[in-house]
Design a protein around this ligand. Structure first.
Ligand code: GLU
Length: 471
């Protein structure tokens, strides 16, 4: 078996491939690629039974070409220094691809969340935040964490609370972390954002008739069969939005196993079933496999790995049947498998574009926190009154009277969630078209991943060349 290539090295291989389609100097490319800083911390926590345990945790800041740096915090036993550096690098390229003005970062705590009580998790999170504050690795203009695998709104609220307790006078403290609960400065739409972004990206990719024809598929999401690996926040929302968009969800998987029904699974019913039973396994009217990787091998049009990295590898790549793979997770396909699938004609929509919805809406949350005002607060009523006078003018001119319900619907000004979703939709559409244009410009030699990296390199480079640091 081939030696497993470290994750960060795999990211750098993708970078190098793309860099060969640019003519920037070696020095400049090195500066972009290198990880600017990584902090490995260890700290003790007292378990509920009184014993003491040492926790290993990291924060990597990959690129300071724009500030703050940005990226999630992951809680998993697989966390290590190589992984956080690779994920931080992916954040740098991701932010560039979708024009979010941040550098990339990522944090991780090496724990299995299922082994700790809520009280212990709170201690770990607060202590981790304290360590970050101590080393200047967190702050609204420095480095802004967010949720990732194993963390969510609850952990972000603890981080925010610890940060403000240490810096009570800071007006902008609310912007020290994103993905917070709404009551703690979160923004509407952030929870769904990554999944919604995956859906919007896939919808855009499937819109082009000539691209779909090459894959032997018809344009549009309607009727496409989809398998999703991962039923956490990202996997659940991705499956839900895809189903609402007309796709048929044939397979779903979480850590304990896979369920399959070629006629389609109702995503909300599966979520309810899990709520009651603690697992999706043995969902009625579906076949259960006690193997979370089985979902990757079903016959389907679109496969969405939405769990962890290194899921599609040299070992299982021959058994992948999907025509399109949408990378909702970061780094789910190894470079070996990626090359193999590309030769087989599979369309891979890369992570640094497809899962960028989360950080895009994190950017909106950060803006909201800095401005201390809810999106839509100033303009909603004004827009409504403009729309209303327009409709009255039409009524007077045509003699037609709008029914009250219709009038209400048309007149309605945008609220925070409407604006967030509209910003996200525009971001995902624009970025996909930029990537597709680059891919078409280079033809066969460049796939969508390399095209996305090429675009990222061009955008990041501007931060240096326009400063006059590099020629
Ligand atoms: N953890 C998410 C990611 O990998 C979100 C990061 C953020 O919102 O800053 O993109």
């Amino acid at each position: 078996m081939a030696r497993a290539i470290p994750f960060f090295e795999q990211v750098n291989q993708n970078f190098d491939k793309a860099a060969s389609f640019t003519d920037y100097s070696f020095g400049l490319l090195q500066q972009i690629k290198i990880c600017n800083g990584v902090y490995h911390m260890t700290f003790p926590i007292k378990r509920d039974d009184g014993s003491i345990e040492t926790i290993h945790a990291w924060r990597a800041e990959h690129s300071h070409h724009k500030l703050p740096t940005k990226g999630g915090i992951r809680y998993s036993t697989l966390v290590n220094e190589d992984e956080v550096m690779a994920l931080a690098a992916l954040m740098t390229y991701k932010c560039a691809v979708v024009d979010v003005p941040f550098g990339g970062a990522k944090g991780g705590v090496q724990i299995d969340t299922k082994e700790y009580s809520v009280n212990e998790l709170e201690h770990i999170t607060r202590r981790y935040t304290y360590e970050l504050i101590n080393k200047n690795f967190i702050g609204p203009g420095i480095d802004v964490p967010a949720p990732d695998f194993g963390t969510g709104e609850r952990e972000m609220a603890w981080i925010f609370d610890t940060y403000t307790a240490m810096a009570p006078e800071k007006l902008e403290a609310l912007a020290c972390v994103t993905g917070k609960p709404i009551s703690q400065g979160g923004v509407h739409g952030r929870r769904e954002a990554t999944g919604r972004g995956v859906y919007l990206g896939l919808r855009e990719a499937c819109r082009f008739a000539e691209d779909m024809e090459q894959l032997g598929l018809t344009p549009g999401l309607e009727g496409k069969s989809v398998a999703v690996q991962g039923f956490g926040n990202v996997g659940y929302h991705t499956a839900k939005f895809l189903q609402e968009g007309g796709a048929i969800i044939v397979g779903l998987a979480e850590y304990a196993g896979t369920i399959y029904n070629p006629r389609g699974l109702d995503v909300n019913q599966v979520a309810e079933y899990r709520e009651e039973n603690g697992s999706i396994l043995n969902f009625p009217d579906a076949t259960t496999y006690e193997d979370p990787s089985r979902v990757l091998e079903f016959a389907c049009d679109i496969l969405v790995p939405a769990a962890l990295e290194n899921q599609i590898t040299g070992e299982n790549m021959h058994r992948i049947q999907a025509r399109i793979i949408g990378e909702a997770a970061n780094g789910p396909i190894t470079s070996e498998a990626s090359d193999f699938l590309k030769k087989k004609g599979v369309m891979i929509i890369p992570d640094i574009y497809l899962n960028a919805g989360g950080v895009t809406v994190s950017y909106f949350e950060w803006l909201k926190n800095l401005s201390h005002v809810r999106f839509g607060r100033m303009g909603k009523r004004f827009e409504e009154s403009v729309h209303r006078s327009l409709l009255y003018t039409i009524e007077r001119a045509t003699g037609r009277k709008f029914p009250e319900e219709e009038m209400k619907r048309i007149v309605q000004g945008p609220g925070e969630e409407d604006l967030v979703n509209s910003g996200l939709e525009d971001t995902m559409i624009v970025a996909y078209n930029e990537i597709r244009d680059t891919q078409k410009r280079w033809g066969e030699a460049v796939d969508l991943r390399t095209a996305a990296f090429i675009n990222a390199i061009h955008k990041i480079t501007r931060s240096y060349t326009e400063l006059g640091i590099f020629p």
